[in-house]
Design a protein. Sequence first.
Length: 326
Amino acid sequence: MTLVRSILTVAFFVIVQQGPTQPASAQTAPAPDLETILADPKIVKTLDDIKADDARAFAEQKHITEIPAPPFKEKIRAEYYRKRMQELGFKEASIDAEGNVIALRKGSGGGRPRLVVSAHLDTVFPEGTDVTLKEKDGAIIASGIGDDSRGLATMLSLIKAMNENQVATVGDIMFVGTVGEEELGNLRGVKALFRDHADIDGFISIDGLGITRVVNQATGSHRYEFTFKGPGGHSFAEFGLPSAIHAMGRAIAKVSELQPPADPKTTFTVGTVSGGTSVNAIAAEAKMAVDMRSNSEDELLKLEARLLELVKEAVADETRAGNPTR
């Protein structure tokens, strides 16, 4: 399960101590390998406790799910999450200026190394989405119950097990509930975290529905919202004037023909569109949101540059085509 994998990575990274009376010289000794760590009785017990905590963690997951957290409006869920952090012993858990919930578990190494373990607070679903739990064919269904309510519940369970088993670490661990992972949030919470904490040495994100693998590479993403504007007008009386929707349509058609490389994997999509005021009006405004991703920074920048060129070309094409004699 995701939670078990997380603690394995945490234990390996920050180097589990044998107890509070460990000699200072041992802190500078070579780090034990993963097999040695996993054989430690305290870690074995901690992992067993995590498995035994699954039912309680699922109850937590369901509760979190029913606290709405649409993009840019994560405050209520953040306040609940800070409260849960405080209940787990982090009395100084706080919400930073960006909205991230941060709790610091100090190690014996004077702050280094410093590892972030995170899960995101926001959901992909917009404000007003029904987040009430429903049961269907024995399954619990709700918007956002997996992404990332499970990650948030997992992190609390991880903290609980480490505390109850007095798992000591050399490095500090920052447990963070981040904002702005979805939609046009564009990872604003994580970006703010790295901006404000230059001493971060490692980062683990508990996210996604897969429970069979650990991803150890980064996929970069760029997101844009394009707004097309025109003069507007009546569809009959002003026929021929440039249309914001037509310009957007031209842009979508051009963008859809892009052929990014399969390796390194590079993707794009026009995710949402909107615009116009009525069926018999030439649209004065239209919007589209675009997501671009790649496992290569170079390929992502190439895709971005080409996409921006195509949008400009589409606008120019519609402007040229728009004339009263058409």
